[in-house]
Ligand binder design. Structure first.
Ligand SMILES: *[C@@H]1O[C@H](CO)[C@@H](O)[C@H](O)[C@H]1NC(C)=O
Ligand SMILES: *[C@@H]1O[C@H](CO)[C@@H](O)[C@H](O)[C@H]1NC(C)=O
Ligand SMILES: *[C@@H]1O[C@H](CO)[C@@H](O)[C@H](O)[C@H]1NC(C)=O
Ligand SMILES: *[C@@H]1O[C@H](CO)[C@@H](O)[C@H](O)[C@H]1NC(C)=O
Ligand SMILES: *[C@@H]1O[C@H](CO)[C@@H](O)[C@H](O)[C@H]1NC(C)=O
Length: 264
């Protein structure tokens, strides 16, 4: 009786392993595509949420759910399926059932939003350190991390920014800010050596330039005061006043002199 029972159990186990179930997690990005590896070559079907989406019969592909007409593809040579223009609601379990070989492949697909592109700004640059702030728009499911050479030096989940202070002895190392979710990764390289030192010299240049401008301003004022004003006055005296005095000679010399004194 017991051996009969164990035979039945063994038989069931054999049946299950014969109908080989492959479980695999897949990830995708909204707008992207994913390959559901077959092979499903001669006959079988692909399901999602218990519905048959498409079938393969005698090596031909037939769409069963109309909304997949332009999104679900089948590669005749490899027997793989691909789903394009992914949306969040494509997340779920897909199965490929190969009737002929009694093979069932099951894939759990999770579709994530595209990872936002990180951006980095420098702040508080001093002669021996440089503060960097890496940030992204929208942090849902996004992990931010700072990498120095091949090491992760800082990491945070579901945050919009992550700062890092780099000291002079690390200026020569390579630095990267990486934004990831389970489906995608975006990296921003930061050349700390040039950006932080350049920033320093830039601000010094800026100060120098401001000094130059002030200096030029002073020189122009002096030039104006020393050269231009007397020149104008001399011009006025020579041409305008003398014209006046000549035309108003009858008004007498004293009055003309007074006018000149007032101008000075
Ligand atoms: C798939 O992901 C789940 C968690 O979502 C995990 O428990 C499981 O082990 C993963 N399976 C494979 C085959 O990686
Ligand atoms: C089909 O899927 C297999 C398994 O993932 C993969 O090795 C192969 O490159 C795929 N073929 C094509 C054409 O995508
Ligand atoms: C996903 O949602 C869109 C509307 O946003 C809908 O048209 C489409 O049929 C849905 N897909 C699935 C597989 O439910
Ligand atoms: C700037 O950096 C210096 C030294 O690295 C630190 O003492 C100071 O608190 C920092 N200031 C700000 C505003 O972060
Ligand atoms: C960084 O590299 C430059 C040459 O590229 C070198 O002169 C400097 O000493 C290096 N600094 C450090 C801290 O290793």
């Amino acid at each position: 009786m017991e051996s009969r029972l164990s035979f039945i159990v063994l038989f069931i186990v054999m049946r299950i392993s014969a109908a080989e179930v492959v479980k695999k997690n897949l990830t995708g990005t909204v707008g992207g595509s994913v390959t559901l590896p077959g092979p499903l070559l001669e006959k079988g079907y692909i399901t999602f949420g218990g519905k048959i989406l498409a079938s393969v019969r005698q090596g031909e592909f037939y769409i069963d759910e109309e909304i997949y007409t332009h999104r679900l593809h089948w590669n005749k040579n490899s027997g793989n399926f691909s789903l394009t223009n992914l949306q969040r609601n494509d997340s779920g379990i897909y199965t490929l059932d190969n009737k002929g070989q009694r093979m069932i492949s099951s894939y759990k697909l999770t579709v994530y939003d595209a990872v936002p592109t990180p951006s980095v700004i420098k702040s508080n640059v001093s002669s021996n350190s440089c503060s960097l702030m890496c940030s992204v728009d929208g942090a849902e499911e996004t992990t931010l991390s700072w990498h120095r050479d091949e090491k992760i030096v800082k990491r945070i989940r579901s945050a919009v920014s992550l700062s890092l202070i780099v000291f002079r002895q690390d200026f020569n190392s390579s630095h990267r800010c990486v934004a990831t979710n389970p489906a995608q990764e975006k990296t921003l390289e930061v050349d700390v050596k040039t950006s932080c030192e350049h920033n320093n010299t830039e601000s010094r240049d800026g100060k120098d330039q401001r000094h130059h401008k002030i200096l030029i301003g002073i020189i122009i004022s002096i030039v104006c005061g020393v050269v231009l004003i007397p020149a104008v006055l001399i011009f006025k005296w020579n041409y305008v006043d003398q014209k006046k005095t000549t035309t108003r000679e009858t008004q007498g010399r004293i009055r003309g002199h007074e006018t000149r004194s007032r101008v000075y």
